[in-house]
Design a protein around this ligand. Structure first.
Ligand SMILES: Cc1cc2nc3c(=O)[nH]c(=O)nc-3n(C[C@H](O)[C@H](O)[C@H](O)COP(=O)(O)OP(=O)(O)OC[C@H]3O[C@@H](n4cnc5c(N)ncnc54)[C@H](O)[C@@H]3O)c2cc1C
Length: 369
């Protein structure tokens, strides 16, 4: 079949790999001008590890794994360690594979067969599904007809907006925002990853391999801004932290001001009653964002893309049956991941000084310092 995938993140790349491996002709359209490979290291967990093996990428993932999460320590304004979470405290397990997002993206990109057509700087503008195929109009003015369209365009999916309705119908904000910024000048001999809290805020530095990045998180009601306007996002982050010269906050804000690949988004889940309509189907965050706090977004992208490709194969042309079976297999993983974030915000962005002290006390009692 001719299949269009919108979005070349983890879900789109996995779907391109899995669908092309089964003989489909795949076109991948990505709004950015390049693969957006930046971000913090991410986890591959549970059944997604077996899926990575079947995708043929597990060995390379194992070779490049890192241990960023294990090295987190909470510090005070002077940089002194006040508490240390264990892997279990942050919901991780030693069996998880943690890998830099850029390394994982490059592994998937390298594995793509050369006949996958990749179009950057474009996105889906219109979709007309007449039952026999989908006529797609692109922002570039180009148009084409596909047998199926896969929306893998993330939390703010354009395909979801066109086919299923506005984001507000499906988004459940968890009440805080996350920014990740590259810290090119940050080199330190020690390997610990310090995180500093003040009420409703977290500022941290994490290192992996020869790189470092800054993390800024803050509690907030939903903010109204353009997701494509980087300067507007920079302004929101700087405003949220500007009154706090403590610890390394000013250094992190300087990085936010200049990073061309700054990542900023609300921690919001996407809950939908169904992920398919006609010949259009959603995978990854577009369908079921669980937020970074779940630590399972990439694992869900892997399982979903793989189940979709496998069920399309089994259904022998009956895409409706395939979509239904994909959804039935993927739902339990999504429900588990989305329910698992419950206490995460209390751990990483406690709302008050009292809550920060209580968190530290609890961790010290359990883990020492
Ligand atoms: C730059 C970036 C950095 C990230 N960093 C982290 C991180 O550090 N930690 C973490 O937990 N999660 C991070 N995430 C989210 C994480 O990658 C996802 O939760 C998870 O991997 C599921 O992936 P996804 O492919 O469904 O969504 P995403 O990874 O969000 O990928 C969606 C892709 O679709 C593209 N896109 C968006 N709109 C359109 C459109 N209209 N047309 C075409 N393409 C479009 C985006 O540019 C992106 O490449 C990051 C996402 C991005 C985009």
């Amino acid at each position: 079949m001719d299949i269009l995938i919108s979005g070349a993140g983890m879900a789109g790349l996995s779907a391109a790999l899995d669908l092309s491996a089964r003989g489909h002709r795949v076109t991948l359209v990505e709004r950015a001008s390049h693969f957006r490979v930046n971000g913090s290291p991410i986890d591959i967990r549970g059944d997604a590890i077996g899926i990575a093996e079947r995708m043929g990428v597990l060995e390379r993932i194992r070779e490049q794994r890192v241990d960023t999460t294990e090295l987190i320590q909470f510090v005070d304004a002077d940089g002194e360690t006040v508490a240390r979470p264990t892997l279990a405290d942050v919901g991780d397990s030693p069996d998880d594979l943690e890998i830099a997002r850029e390394d994982l993206a490059h592994i998937l990109i390298d594995a793509l067969p050369s006949d996958v057509e990749i179009r950057f700087r474009d996105s889906v503008d219109s979709l007309v599904d007449d039952g026999g195929g989908v006529d797609v109009g692109f922002a570039s003015g180009h148009s084409a007809r596909f047998d199926l369209v896969v929306g893998a365009d993330g939390q703010h999916s354009a395909v979801r907006g066109l086919v299923f309705g506005p984001e507000g119908d499906f988004a459940r904000p968890l009440g805080f925002y996350v920014a990740l910024t590259d810290l090119p000048g940050e080199v330190r001999p020690e390997r610990m990853n310090p995180m500093y809290n003040f009420p409703g805020h977290l500022a941290g530095i994490a290192r992996y391999k020869d790189r470092a990045f800054g993390v800024l998180m803050f509690r907030s009601d939903p903010l109204d801004y353009d997701h494509h306007d980087l300067d507007a996002q920079r302004k929101l982050i700087v405003e949220a932290f500007a009154d706090t010269p403590a610890w390394k906050v000013p250094q992190l804000l300087d990085a936010v001001r200049v990073d061309p690949e700054l990542y900023f988004d609300s921690a919001s889940q996407i809950h939908m009653p169904t992920w398919h309509r006609g010949r259009v189907v959603l995978v990854g965050d577009a369908a079921h964002c669980a937020t970074g706090l779940s630590g399972r977004g990439t694992s869900l992208a892997f399982t979903g893309a793989y189940f979709l490709a496998e069920e399309l194969d089994r259904a022998d042309g009956d895409h409706v049956a395939a979509f239904e079976r994909y959804e039935a297999r993927q739902r339990p993983y999504v429900e588990f991941a989305q329910h698992s974030v419950g206490a995460g915000a209390e751990l990483v962005v406690p709302a008050t000084w009292e809550a920060i002290a209580a968190r530290n006390e609890r961790l010290r009692a359990a883990n020492g310092v």
